[in-house]
Design a protein around this ligand. Structure first.
Ligand code: GLN
Length: 347
């Protein structure tokens, strides 16, 4: 039947069926049931609250002083429900988790190709601050590309944020992060100073990225703004809300604000799945199926698209730089709640 031959009644019926199907689809992609979430958070909290392996990052002196016993879990569902367990008052620096949101910002401003064609969207398979990864990405060596979630790519991504002055760039970044968190975020000045005083390696990486043309101008400013973005202070609920905004097609489920375009969200999640937990990203994806991102401040976020965002803060890290407790707790909770997007049930 061609559309021209449809009677008015058939059109009305078709529209109603489509609206119905839409409602059905939303119901399928729904937040998990409340009682189950509380129980899952409590079970994971209790299971891992005893002593765990790992230790605080200490290459940034201020991070070594953070209380290693901070342990907070938060889950924000796409319907805006917030679930928490443990310490959600204590704040840590966001560190590398910030890289996700600066990547999102540049994709919003310049489109997905701006990143894919320059920095790349492949795993390096190397540590987050690897200089070898920069060398290997050069055509003559034929190694893998980089991505915006390891330091060289992240500093270059920060250099791409639009703004006439440093203050413009900074306010634009901080405002964007705050929209994801649903409250005005601020910088932990002690952490910023501590890292700025000791980040000679990142400064060298910024220069190298400039030498190779990934950064177009002012590499010192790029590294400095990057260092400041890593020092933004967050609690577990902030991080979970940021993750939930990605889970909810770019719309903050708590404030209702559309923070980024729905069509850009899958690009950001893809890079998180590829490289969010550094050189352990494959292991993480194998265990959980979730796009995630860790930071050396001790936080990890993970996104179950169409369902929830989750975050855990616990500063002691493993060898790769990922929070030991956060990995375990998020994997347990998500697997209990059916968060793995690859785990379709047979019909
Ligand atoms: N600011 C940190 C650094 O550049 C972030 C690293 C991280 O969280 N992995 O070294």
């Amino acid at each position: 039947m061609t559309p021209r031959r449809l009677s008015k009644l058939t059109v009305v019926a078709l529209v109603m069926a489509l609206v119905g199907a839409g409602a059905g689809a939303t119901a399928l992609a729904q937040a998990p049931a409340k009682t189950g979430v509380d129980a899952a958070l409590k079970a994971a909290y209790d299971k891992y609250k005893g002593p765990q392996e790992g230790k605080n990052a200490d290459y940034i002196p201020a991070l070594a002083k953070v209380d290693p016993n901070i342990y907070g879990i938060a889950l924000v569902a796409v319907d805006g429900s917030v679930y928490t367990m443990g310490d959600i008052k204590s704040e840590v620096s966001i560190q590398s988790i910030s890289k996700v949101f600066t990547l999102a910002k540049v994709i919003e401003e310049q489109g997905p190709d701006a990143i894919a064609r320059t920095i790349g969207v492949d795993a390096t398979g190397m540590r987050f601050n690897s200089i070898v990864a920069v060398e290997m990405a050069q055509k003559a060596l034929g190694g893998p590309e980089m991505n915006s979630l390891v330091n060289p790519g992240a500093i270059a991504t920060t250099s791409m944020v639009k703004g006439a002055t440093r203050a413009d760039v900074w306010n634009s970044i901080l405002g964007f992060y705050s929209d994801f968190a649903g409250r005005p975020l601020a910088v932990n000045q002690e952490v910023f100073k501590s890292e700025a005083d000791t980040n000679q390696r990142n400064q060298a990486i910024g220069m190298l990225m400039y030498a190779y043309g990934y950064i177009k101008a002012n590499p010192q400013q790029a590294t400095d703004v990057y260092t400041e973005q890593c020092s933004v202070s967050v609690n577990a609920k902030d991080l979970a809300t940021m993750a939930a905004t990605l889970a909810n097609g770019g719309k903050n489920p708590v404030t209702g604000k559309q923070v980024m375009k729905v069509e850009n969200v899958p690009r950001v999640l893809a890079v998180m799945a590829t490289a969010g937990l550094y050189d352990d990203s494959g292991k993480w994806l194998y265990r959980t199926g979730l796009p995630g991102k860790s930071g050396v401040g001790g936080g990890i976020i993970a996104v179950s698209p169409g369902k929830f965002g989750i975050a855990v803060i616990s500063p002691p890290l493993d060898e790769a730089g990922n929070s030991v407790r956060a990995q375990k707790a998020i994997a347990d909770i998500s697997n209990t709640l059916g968060g793995n997007p690859y785990a379709a049930k047979p019909r």
